[in-house]
Write a protein that binds this ligand. Structure first.
Ligand code: AMP
Ligand code: ZN
Ligand code: FE
Ligand code: FE
Length: 282
């Protein structure tokens, strides 16, 4: 296939993906993707090793990261693109998120302990993919779920989320969060583009309507499990607002086995404005 395809949403072992950054670049090249953005949760560490290899293999890699935020009680994921990989504001924001997660994970381990499912710090470390010896890795609920499986507390990841650590479940802790507005503002200060991630997952009350009134630059219109009718809905909204149309798989490797890299993507028309901004900043 010669068509230009760019997957703008995927995770590596720097956060809760199971594939190392360099392996994701090799895989992208193998399946014929021409463009890519790695959007780990709250970290841009993956770019250190992936960017040189992307250049070597001719993959058009642009900066990205997925920040968690909270609108009232609803979790809202925000994708940032095209900022400078050296931008100090982005680095500091990632650091703050890292600290927030450390505290939140401890609180979740306490709740699991109270529920009769003790997990030590080393149980959690052992649940991380062992071939990825990165410093400052982002540890999230999928890792906690894996540690629970290893201990025999649950049968699989879905069960861990459904019974214990999914939103609203007894061992779930939201922790401290930034608001979407604060997150957008930070991304703009860093000269990046702020995009609403997987808008169909924001289905609590009127949250999506509130988000659509905020100062976003784009919306993720193509997503792994969307049907064509869903694409149309979000594309129409983006066009009406004059926002960027983005899309990607949200690939996590083994941690989300039904989703493959490149199963959702954008073409060169949608990729061009993100690439242009990336070149301005880098
Ligand atoms: P965290 O950022 O630590 O709150 O974890 C959120 C991540 O957990 C998401 O990005 C997904 O990768 C994963 N996740 C969320 N809900 C589920 C679920 N029901 N089953 C499996 N994975 C999930
Ligand atoms: Zn994730
Ligand atoms: Fe997300
Ligand atoms: Fe994601």
């Amino acid at each position: 296939m010669n068509e230009f395809r760019a997957d703008l949403h995927c995770h590596t072992t720097s956060s809760d993906g199971s594939m190392r950054p360099v392996d994701i670049i090799r895989h992208a090249a193998e399946i014929g993707l021409k463009g890519l953005s790695i959007t780990d949760h709250d970290t841009i560490n993956a770019y250190e090793t992936s960017m040189p290899l992307a250049k070597e293999l001719g993959i058009d890699l642009i900066s990205g990261v997925e920040f968690s935020s909270m609108y009232k009680d609803v979790s809202v994921h925000i994708l940032a693109y095209s900022f400078s990989l050296k931008n100090p504001l982005i680095h500091e924001f990632c650091r703050l998120h890292h600290a927030r997660r450390t505290k939140r994970n401890l609180e979740m381990l306490n709740r699991l302990n109270d529920a009769g499912m003790p997990l030590s710090e080393s149980d959690l470390q052992a649940a991380l993919p062992q071939d990825a010896p990165y410093l400052n890795r982002i540890i999230g609920r999928p890792h906690i779920a894996q540690a629970m499986i290893n201990k025999g507390y649950v049968f699989d990841v879905q069960q861990a989320f459904k019974r214990y650590i999914g939103e609203g479940k007894p061992c779930y802790v939201a922790g401290d969060y930034f608001s979407p507005e604060e997150t957008i503002d930070l991304i703009h200060q860093a000269k990046g583009l702020a995009v609403i991630a997987h808008p169909h997952l924001v289905n609590e009350g009127d949250t999506i309507l509130k988000l659509l009134k905020m100062d976003f630059d784009g919306i993720e219109c193509y997503y792994s499990k969307f049907k064509p009718a869903d694409h149309k809905r979000w594309v129409k909204i983006a066009q009406r607002k004059g926002w960027l149309i983005t899309g990607g798989s949200d690939f996590h490797g083994d941690l989300k086995p039904m989703v493959s890299l490149g199963c959702s993507w954008v073409g060169d028309v949608e990729f061009a404005p993100l690439k242009a901004r990336f070149l301005e900043n880098n």
